[in-house]
Design a protein around this ligand. Structure first.
Ligand SMILES: [Ca+2]
Ligand SMILES: [Ca+2]
Ligand SMILES: [Ca+2]
Length: 574
């Protein structure tokens, strides 16, 4: 292998190491209004994209209007995509247009699907949930045909709340539908002859006799002969308001809104019973001590959180697992929120160990949905009857690099430590000529692990050189070509383990560690007779001194020896 190939391989390995180190101790996120030039929205419930690369967004309002507009922070106009205000019932906060999703093959298939509550005045049962299909105008992609509605599912409601609402296609191209328990105590959620309190799974690309959809033969109760509804995918839900699919992990995440005490996040799987109305979170319900669990084989949530203030209308708002590019610290974590608490949290879960939640930020807004645009970047929906808004999740923390260096003069090979912890300054330079200084940070390198954290507050993700300066070493630059550092992740850079880490290999091997070369006392970039003279003229001095290279508190012949060994060394830099 020739030398340049070796260098390339080492560079690739270096980048892999940098990408693997994940920073999870920050809480430096904030919300930024996504579309400040649009007028306020009235009762927004969800915002979706059409998965057709047009970068449009479709915002559904509880009162029945769906707006379409460009996914741009400068957008100032929106159009009415569909207005079914005359169809929806909206006399309460949970009634109205609740869910919207586009066909998985849109626009080849020009359909989209809505979930709403309507009032059939005059019928014995007045309020119903309807899931139906609409068609986009063949002549205007920003307009849907009002008269194109085809009803898929109609379910009578016992009351006005807990209607579920989410609609989404799974990776299997089946339509999943969330239905709540209808606010009548929740016995229905355990009753598989009824659709309420369930997640349904249907195939909208074909029809069974008498239906506007078909039931997939691999649904869990497809072959049952007990009168159970074959549309059911999972059951035992109270108000499953939001769910999402994460393709890389294969998980379907669902937030089930709790009653008095607990909000839950579940991983939903085929045929499973998620507990309501016998359990709330991990706890028995309504009696917290005694569970009617006989033969039910409940599946517990992955995560719950308690209602600390029982007067607050807590409601978990399940978002999706972060798969965008702008917030690398959140990659692979579920983003969720709470309606009444206004906080946004992340949940890290590997499927084996207990999940780890982190509050990313806290607000005073009512968050009703955490959706994504076509780039998988989150859009947080502020619910309001007069001032509904959409927000971006942003990261405000520094670019953070843990740097390892050893100062030659301070290094004790026998103990593999430095004689003292000492201050260094790390500069970030642009990786292309003229290599301007972008930022700097000063910190104390630990004498035992040779490491310190450097936070750069004025730097974005990018390609950089780093340069280390210490009071009496030759300034040392990082690997040729620069290093990609990512804001929002913990980056690392170790000068001690490989000569290639220093530009021009201008670093000294002592034992098996690479050390910054000591002796440039006047910091002019070269170790020469002037530096030696500085040591000689201060021989015998005690206490802090630039010429006390080994840090033992006195300038003596040992310090002079270090300078003499290194005479002729100069800076190696791009
Ligand atoms: Ca449950
Ligand atoms: Ca010098
Ligand atoms: Ca000394």
């Amino acid at each position: 292998m020739i030398n340049s190939q070796k260098i390339l391989l080492k560079l690739i390995l270096l980048k892999v190491i940098l990408l693997l180190s994940n920073h999870n101790s920050h809480s430096q996120y904030y919300l930024e209004e996504a579309f400040p030039n649009l007028p306020p929205f009235l009762t927004p419930t969800t915002i979706v994209h059409s998965n057709d690369n047009t970068n449009r967004l479709f915002a559904a309002q509880l009162k029945g209007v769906i707006y379409v507009f460009d996914n741009s922070s400068s957008v100032s106009t929106r159009k009415v995509f569909l207005n079914i205000g005359t169809k929806v019932q909206n006399t309460g906060a949970q009634e109205g247009l609740l869910g919207l999703t586009f066909h998985y093959d849109f626009p080849n298939n020009p359909h989209f699907f809505v979930h709403y509550v309507f009032d059939s005045i005059g019928s014995p049962v007045r309020k119903w949930i309807r899931v139906s299909r609409f068609t986009v105008s063949p002549s205007n992609p920003d307009s849907a045909l009002f008269s194109s509605e085809k009803t898929l599912i109609k379910v009578p409601l016992p009351d006005r709340n807990h209607n579920g609402g989410q609609l989404a296609f799974g990776p299997d191209n089946k339509l999943y539908i969330a239905l709540g328990d209808g606010y009548a105590g929740g016995d229905v959620s355990q009753d598989k002859t009824q659709l309420l309190g369930k997640i349904l799974r249907i195939d909208i690309d074909s029809n069974d006799t008498g239906l506007n959809y078909s039931i997939p033969p691999d649904n869990p109760f497809f072959t049952n002969t007990s009168g159970w509804r074959k549309e059911i995918y999972a059951y035992g839900f109270r108000n499953p308001w939001k769910f999402s699919f994460d393709q890389p992990s294969g998980r379907m995440w669902l937030g089930d809104v709790g009653q008095f005490r607990y909000e839950e996040l579940n991983v939903v799987e085929s045929g499973k019973n998620y507990g309501w109305n016998k359990m709330e979170g991990f706890h028995c319900y309504p009696d917290t001590m005694v569970c009617d669990t006989a033969g039910r084989n409940f599946t517990l949530p992955v995560h719950e959180y308690i209602h600390l203030d029982i007067t607050q209308p807590y409601a978990v708002i399940c978002g999706s697992v972060y798969r965008g590019n702008k917030l690398p610290g959140l990659t692979g974590k579920l983003i969720f929120a709470d309606f009444s608490q206004g906080n946004v949290q992340s949940l890290e879960y590997d499927g084996v160990n207990p999940p780890v939640s982190e509050v990313l930020l806290d607000t005073t807004i009512n968050i009703t949905s955490v959706d994504v645009d076509q780039y998988n970047e989150p859009l947080i929906v502020k619910y309001s009857g007069s001032d509904g808004r959409f927000f971006r999740l942003r990261y405000s923390g520094p670019l953070t690099i843990d740097v390892n260096v050893i100062i030659e003069g301070l290094y004790n090979l026998n103990t593999n430590t430095m004689n003292l912890s000492d201050t260094v300054t790390v500069y970030l330079h642009d990786a292309s000529s003229p290599y301007a200084i972008i930022d700097s940070a000063t910190s104390v390198i630990d004498s035992v692990n040779f490491k310190s954290r450097f936070n750069f507050y004025n730097s974005q993700t990018g390609l950089y050189y780093i340069k280390v300066k210490h009071k009496n070493t030759i300034e040392t630059w990082s690997v040729e070509g620069g290093i990609q550092f990512t804001r929002g992740l913990l980056n690392t850079y170790d000068f001690t383990d490989d000569e290639i880490k220093a530009f021009g290999s201008r670093i000294k091997l002592i034992g098996d560690k690479y050390c910054l070369i000591s002796g440039d006392i006047n910091q002019d970039g070269v170790i020469n007779a002037i530096d030696r003279a500085a040591v000689v003229s201060s021989l015998g001095m005690t206490g802090f001194s630039y010429t006390d290279l080994d840090g033992n508190g006195i300038v003596d012949t040992l310090d002079r020896k270090i300078v003499l060994e290194n005479i002729g060394n100069t800076i190696s830099a791009p």
